[in-house]
Design a protein around this ligand. Structure first.
Ligand code: 6GU
Length: 237
């Protein structure tokens, strides 16, 4: 998978050189390039923002540096089609990111992330980019971050670990929270007693059927308690 990131803080993405994602880059599974938006601002101060038309608080990111940066990645003459790269603008005004979206995005050959700061990016950047590529605005959830960088780190971690060839044990991917729509069951390891707390006896029983049943019950109970909004209709009540 090819990943391009545009940001005024490229250092945020240095962390993607470590751990599993770092290995995926070294192995060539992920080809990632981070671009500094300021390289596309040509005034003396390399300005990327300005005051909003119509007034109001904060600053808006100017369209020209964004246009030049995205042209350099997509090609200035690119025409949007089903085969175009997918450009994701992290935004609290976007559709909410979830495991299903992470799965979809892990199948994309080319992703571009455009990280806005300040009060946002001039709307014409989204409208113009949609003529050159596929565009989605994506939010991490209902809270406000100062910019898209941290959101993109989270998205890349969620997407990257789903790319075929990424995780050592593919089973560990399906047995997690959200993959089956429920939260995950509690896990235990040795010792069997710790600070007078016992591991649930069923897990020591060797009865795999009983273990599976117990784990599923735990998933349903936990989901009902913490995230009732996730419960499928047949498990509601
Ligand atoms: Cl994707 N961006 C920003 N700036 N804030 C957010 C977000 C994204 N998702 C939740 N809050």
């Amino acid at each position: 998978m090819k990943i391009d990131i545009v940001s005024i803080f490229p250092e945020y993405f240095d962390v993607l050189n470590v751990s599993l994602l770092g290995k995926a880059r070294q192995s060539g599974l992920i080809d990632m390039n981070v671009h500094n938006l300021r390289d596309h601002a040509h005034d003396r101060h390399r300005t990327v923002d300005d005051t909003p038309y119509g007034g109001g608080a904060g600053m808006v990111m100017k369209p020209e540096p964004w246009g030049e940066a995205l042209d350099s990645i997509l090609g200035a003459d690119a025409v949007a089609s089903d085969d175009s790269p997918l450009v994701i603008f992290p935004s609290p005004a976007g559709e909410v990111f979830d495991q299903k979206m992470a799965r979809e995005l892990s199948l994309e050959p080319a992703l571009v992330f455009g990280c806005g700061r300040y009060e946002g990016i001039d709307q014409r950047v989204f409208d113009h980019t949609a003529t050159q590529a596929r565009v989605r605005l994506v939010s991490l959830g209902d809270y406000v971050l100062n910019g898209g960088e941290v959101a993109v780190l989270a998205m890349i971690e969620a997407i990257g670990r789903l790319i075929p060839g990424m995780v050592g044990n593919p089973e560990s991917l399906v047995e997690e929270s959200h993959e089956d729509g429920l939260l995950e069951y509690p896990s235990y390891t040795k010792p069997a007693t710790w600070r007078e707390r016992e591991v649930p006896p069923v897990l020591l029983s060797g009865n795999h059927g009983a273990v599976d049943k117990w784990r599923h019950e735990q998933q349903v109970e936990r989901t009902r308690r913490v995230r009732p909004d996730l419960l499928p209709p047949d498990l509601t009540n």
